[in-house]
Design a protein around this ligand. Sequence first.
Ligand code: PRX
Length: 635
Amino acid sequence: MNKYIQFHRRSIVDPEGFWGEEAQHIDWRTPFSKVLDYSRPPFARWFVGGETNLCYNAIDRHLPARGDQPALVWISTEVEAKKTYTYRQLHEEVCSVAAMLQSLGVKRGDRVIIYMPMIPEAAFAMLACARLGAIHSVVFGGFASANLAARIDDAKPVIMITADGGSRIGKVLLYKPLVDESLKLAKHPPEKVLVFKRGLDPDMPFVPDRDFDWAALARNVSGRDIACQWLESNDPSYILYTSGTTGKPKGVQRDVGGHMVALASSMRRIFCGEAGETMFTTSDIGWVVGHSYIIYGPLIAGMTTIMYEGVPLRPDPGIWWQIVQDHKVAVMFSAPTAIRTLKKQDPAHRAKYDLSCLKHLFLAGEPLDKPTHDWITRTLACPVVDNYWQTETGWPLLSAQPGVEMTHVKSGSPSFPVFGYDVRLLDETSGKEVAAGEKGVVAIKPPLPPGCMSTVWGDDQRFIDTYFRGFEDQLVYTTFDFGVRDEDGYYYILGRTDDVINVAGHRLGTREIEEAASMHPGVAECAVVGVTDQLKGQLPLAFAVVKEPASIASAEERMKLEGEVMQMVDKQLGAIGRPKRVFFVSALPKTRSGKVLRRSIQALAEGRDPGDLATIEDLSALEQIRECLRTARMT
Ligand code: PRX
């Protein structure tokens, strides 16, 4: 472990020397004059004065050596299609979209919301924004109109880019009507919408003078070469909204230079991805894993990246292994839920394929349980690397780093702090570092390394208040995750300290679901908790107080209302937030100061002791919850 220890130590004791060297793996138009400016804690400015461009580093610089190498392979098992773009073709497509955006008035610093399914045009749109110095904000296609509207109002985009629709498990999901609805709900709707028609919605609504047809614009601009805008390293590259304790999503803002250097380093030292090799990341571009490891990371590294539209079980549960074999995937990145799903399938689906090309499988986004870790390691015969990180960090913060040294893997553990991260485990109340075997909050001593969020979009104070005020008398970044370290220094993540839940690796705020459910006119109040689920990690459960008790007098009425509340969540937030059950109670368990005791509700739902109830206002409220769960046989 010596090599890793020395590598990590140097990154902490000599960050400027360390990152100054790592920064040589990307191309700079103008060299930086200072590696780190930390004169205004906790804001870290990396590679000050350096000028560069993300799209240039992801595409243009590879053209001389790898112009004819596949850069992006799109595989859709939803619409039965496959397309390969070489670096040269990707360059042409991205220039074409950049020209389209320019013709629509998009300039450096403008925000562009991208709400698209997993199609190559989504990647072109992201890279085109990067080329122009426009700030993209990709919104996950599973989010519904109200959620989209909240993001529009925060980012105030000049344009939105969307498609007529997507497809999931063979069912068409219309995007454009959701966009139209979100524009009605938003207070700051953009004036223009660029629409890519896939032919999934013959009746797609089209608003003249506001909506622009992608194909028609593309014809006008074809063949144009659009120059990269050289940006200062600390200019924003993108905003990605994520959930927290409040219902208001936080815009995680990332810079240009630090982001690129961190991704380039992670590709070499964690993912071991070499130029010319293929990487297959099964996430979605709407999530941070998609940003970092479907699009930017592998392209910066000169790899071929696979973009997959579909699910792991269709047309059969061997599809991902088939992709690995056929495309000689060297690096694969997925999430534990997907692996748990595959684990339940007939092993013959795996056995059919030769997976000897695979060097590593990386898993992240939610806790990787030991049985799943053991099973997939046996199944693949290559190291399976659990890595822990967040939208905020943009790249792994705890992980084995096989590109530095292949350390022993312990199942269920994301191993050690990644270089650049000064990780501390702090006692939740005293803020003191805990000993091995003791639970603490995973925290990072700032400055945060390159690649981590620079601030909350438009709200520096919220950045400080949310992430750096967890402990009195010390300035540390709080991850909001509990963890523990064993005697050998291996970390284990124990779950969130706040009201964020993780459903199949998708991060959701219980507050967002509560707000969506409370939009139902019959609901007075609602509490949502995440309960353990064997397959998806966690599932939301809702407990609602109705305005009119008579509205749920009969079992039929209760069932009807439960369905309506679920539909309301689908409509407001998206089906990914839909509670598994909605139970009706006459009161929610609260402290005397009015705070809902979510942790106690969650404990009951998971069959655990609800904890210290000294502060509870009304014990019978908790009893009602116990009774609901008992009747539904959930405990
Ligand atoms: O609770 C942790 C969990 O997912 C949260 C971050 O989610 P998100 O912002 O969507 O970013 C995902 C990037 C991979 C974390 O605060 N989490 C993520 N990875 C792991 C994890 N929990 C346990 N083990 C992991 N490997």
